[in-house]
Structure formats: C-alpha cells, structure tokens
Design a protein around this ligand. Structure first.
Ligand code: URA
Length: 238
C-alpha cells in the first residue's frame, strides 16, 4: 500500500507540517505498520524466529523525515523488543541529541528483526528473509532520508559491494529514495577515534535535513530491473 504524502510539506528539522487530512495519513501509516508488525511477530522464515526472545520491529515517529536502520537486535533489544536500548543505543541517543533530534522524533529499525545468537553477524540468508519486512516498513513511512548505520545496513539497502569507509557522511540520491550512510554507533565504542568522524557525519546530516531535498515517491520493492538501475545510478555518482 502506497501512502502518498503529497500534501505534507517538509518543515523544520525532523518533521512535516500537518495539514487537515494528514491525521488520516498518519492513522493509516500506523495501522499498516501494526499489521506488518503482526506478520513479523508470526514470522518463522529463518531460524532466528525460533531462537529470539522478542522480535524488534522498530519504533518512533512515523512522520519523521529520517529513518535510521541498524544491523540487528542485540541482547538488550531482544529482552525488551525495542531497537538500540543497549550501549550502542546510548551512543545513538547522544549523537541525535547533539543535532537536536531524539529517538522519539525519528524512526529507528534494523535490517534483521530478530537477534542472531551471540550477536554474530547476520547471515546472507537471514538478510534475504527479513529484507521484505524492512522494505515494506520504509514504503509505509516514506522517509526523505534513510540513514544506514554501519556496513550491513548500507550493503543491504544500497549495494552489496558498497564501502562504508568511502560513502559515510555522503548523501546518495537515488531515483526513489535518498540514503545517508553513517558508521554504526557501536563503532565509536570499539574505536573511540572514530567518534569525531561520526559526530561530523551527524552534523552533515543535520545540514541535509535543513536543505530542500527533492521529494521522492518511494517504491522500495527492489526488483532485478531496479537493482540494475541502482547500479547504474551508483556509477553516475563517481
Ligand atoms: N541495537 C540495535 O537495535 N541494532 C543494532 O544494530 C545494534 C544494537
């Protein structure tokens, strides 16, 4: 279901100005997301659906211009079913705070909805099984900017061979959506020297959010033809 927000005008940092009909759109978005969340709760498309304690669907403001996509739930997220509630989450909260945003003013989700045991890296088959949920989630929310947090989110959404080192802090304008790759907040915990660079990228994101970015009508169902288009657009970037 595509929810057009053609009468929602971007205003301010993370929000849209609400018009008379917009409340209806927001209600519909929430309803669609609730339905999708139900499907995720029932999902057993990969073994993680059986080993997890809680699925972590995602949460936040459905009208945010920006959505943050992390990798996968960790121990604490699995315990309570919410994204980024552990140490990396506290780093993310601080980074958001520094640019005048909060977790309630943006939407936060992950590539995988269920925790890989021992917080190991997501497997390609787990990403493939979970990706349709993320794509549907983004299609419902229709953010102007999708901030990928870390390599797994970047390669899952953009391109399998994309390099986070080369692309972090740069807006990638696609035909149907914009991606702003960021380092994963946990990177600042493992490599404290990266923190300044991560802060700079968040400052650039703030700048992007105050600029008019061409409005796009996302249709995030990635088909083979779209994957080819993505590859061609990527070539044009360099
Ligand atoms: N918590 C999440 O929800 N996602 C991550 O990628 C890391 C921690």
């Amino acid at each position: 279901m595509a929810l057009k927000r053609n009468f929602l005008k971007p205003s301010g940092l993370g929000k849209y100005t609400l018009g008379d009909n917009d409340k209806y759109i927001i209600m519909e978005k929430k309803k669609c997301l609730e339905e999708l969340k139900g499907k995720v709760e029932d999902c057993r498309d990969c073994p993680l659906g059986r080993s997890r304690k809680h699925p972590v669907f995602g949460e936040g403001d459905v009208e945010s211009k920006v959505v943050f996509i992390g990798e996968a739930p960790g121990y604490y997220e699995d315990q309570i079913g919410k994204p980024f509630v552990g140490r990396a989450g506290r780093v993310l909260d601080n980074l958001l705070d520094e640019i005048g945003l909060s977790r309630n003013s943006v939407y936060i989700a992950n590539v995988l909805k269920c925790r890989p045991p021992g917080n190991r890296d997501p497997l390609p088959e787990e990403i493939d099984a979970c990706k349709p949920y993320l794509m549907e989630q983004l299609k419902i929310i229709q953010p102007l900017i999708i901030c990928t947090l870390g390599r797994f989110a970047l390669v899952s959404i953009y391109n399998k061979s994309a390099s986070i080192t080369a692309l972090h802090g740069k807006l990638i304008q696609m035909e149907k959506f914009n991606i702003f790759p960021l380092y994963h907040p946990a990177a600042a915990l493992h490599q404290p020297m990266l923190l300044d660079s991560i802060k700079e990228d968040f400052a650039k994101l703030k700048e992007q959010l105050t600029k008019p970015i061409p409005e796009i009508i996302p249709d995030l169902k990635t088909t083979k033809t779209q994957e080819e288009k993505i590859r061609q657009e990527q070539m044009k970037l360099f």
